[in-house]
Design a binder for this molecule. Structure first.
Ligand SMILES: Cc1ncc(COP(=O)(O)O)c(C=O)c1O
Length: 369
């Protein structure tokens, strides 16, 4: 485990230019200096609907208060999140996006001796964060249906005498799920000195009865940390709000590594969105409709893809994806980055219906080439 003194080392890395970015750094700015307003942006798993009106109203009301620090606003958001998850406030850590929760988890629960154990492929941020600190990273191939191979991950933690097991559910970039029975098995079989970090950034987009949140395991006091974000279904990627749910002692170990506070308007935007009983189901339904339309089009045109459960999908392009990414960009459509070892698969974020019409037009040309 890291101590507070190790913070200096982390910030030293940042100063040396080794800062670890988030989805925007990985994706959106790789657009070769093009005018973003002229591109169809299907490359960062953002939500084209943006923040709901009730959040915009809440931000407008508090903007004038932003001249002062208002830590109590973040505390109130933490209490609201805790109530919504049936947890105590000390079981919730608010972060500057869920990126900050992932950073804190890597800092608190990996070390030169304790590895990060992740799926291959998966979201890169924890891997980059651990690697930048010379903490070991073990990448475990997914099962043939693109689920986390929890049995192999547990075996790795046993071998290493501990670990931080990172499962993204639904996974980025595959949009596939790890079934609730497998998460249950993982939690029941966690070796000593091992924490399961279940990243549920995209969970709201799934309609599958086989997927369930891991927050009940937090309520049961297990070694489980659940990361969530307001960047995806809530459409607030630019407001930077996320949270982690875990036992209070685990939250305390992570909290010392936080180095951001939430902006006043962001805290209010998130709190207002959380209070809406209709926002998430309505957005899920809308996304599911656009997602099934694009899947039907791909099927009709005989393109293979992984069955999606999030707001993006992985399409088999049957050639080196790097060429496809460039050719799509030439046609004004920014799509996902390469995700080795799936070198012939293209990640496409699901945008508006108009975005997807442009995607189809460009992709039909590029795929034919
Ligand atoms: C799986 C996953 N986790 C976490 C994040 C971080 O998102 P944010 O920091 O905006 O909450 C992302 C961003 O795309 C992601 O894909």
């Amino acid at each position: 485990m890291l101590t507070r003194r190790d913070l200096g080392r982390r910030f030293g890395l940042v100063a040396a230019g080794l800062a670890v970015g988030g989805e925007a750094a990985y994706a959106q700015r790789r657009t070769g200096g093009r005018d973003l307003s002229q591109l169809v942006l299907l490359n960062a798993n953002e939500n084209p609907d943006g923040p709901p009106q009730l959040s915009i109203d809440a931000m407008t009301r508090v903007l004038a208060r932003s001249g002062r620090y208002h830590d109590e606003d973040t505390e109130q958001l933490g209490a609201a999140v805790a109530a919504s998850e049936q947890l105590q406030p000390d079981q919730v850590l608010i972060g500057c996006g869920s990126s900050e929760i992932l950073h804190c988890a890597v800092d608190a629960f990996t070390s030169p001796a304790i590895p990060l154990i992740t799926t291959l492929p998966s979201y890169e941020l924890p891997v980059d964060m651990a690697s930048a600190q010379n903490h070991p990273v073990i990448k475990v191939s997914m099962t043939p249906d693109y689920a986390a191979d929890v049995r192999k991950m547990v075996a790795e933690a046993e071998k290493a005498r501990g670990g931080l097991i990172y499962v993204v559910n639904p996974n980025n970039p595959t949009s596939s799920i790890t079934r609730k029975q497998d998460i249950e098995w993982l939690v029941a079989n966690l070796p000593a000195n091992t924490i399961a970090l279940i990243d549920e950034a995209y969970i709201h987009f799934s309609t599958s009865p086989d997927l369930a949140s891991a927050t009940p395991y937090v309520r049961q006091g297990k070694n489980v940390l659940v990361a969530r974000t307001f960047s995806k279904i809530y459409g607030m990627a630019g407001l930077r709000v996320g949270y982690g749910c875990a036992r209070a002692d685990l939250i305390r170990k992570m909290a010392v590594f936080r180095n951001n506070t939430i902006a006043v308007p962001s805290a209010h935007a998130a709190k207002a969105a959380l209070a809406s009983p209709t926002l998430v189901p309505e957005r899920r339904e809308k996304l599911a409709k656009t997602r099934s339309e694009i899947c039907n089009w791909l099927d009709a045109n005989r393109f293979r893809f992984i069955q999606p459960h999030a707001n993006f999908l992985m399409i088999d392009v049957k050639r080196d994806v790097r060429g496809v990414i460039g050719e799509m960009m030439d046609r004004g459509v920014a799509v996902g980055r390469p995700f080795p070892p799936l070198n012939q698969m293209l990640r496409v974020t699901i945008g508006t219906d108009a975005d997807m019409a442009k995607f189809k037009e460009a992709f039909a040309q590029v795929a034919k080439a």
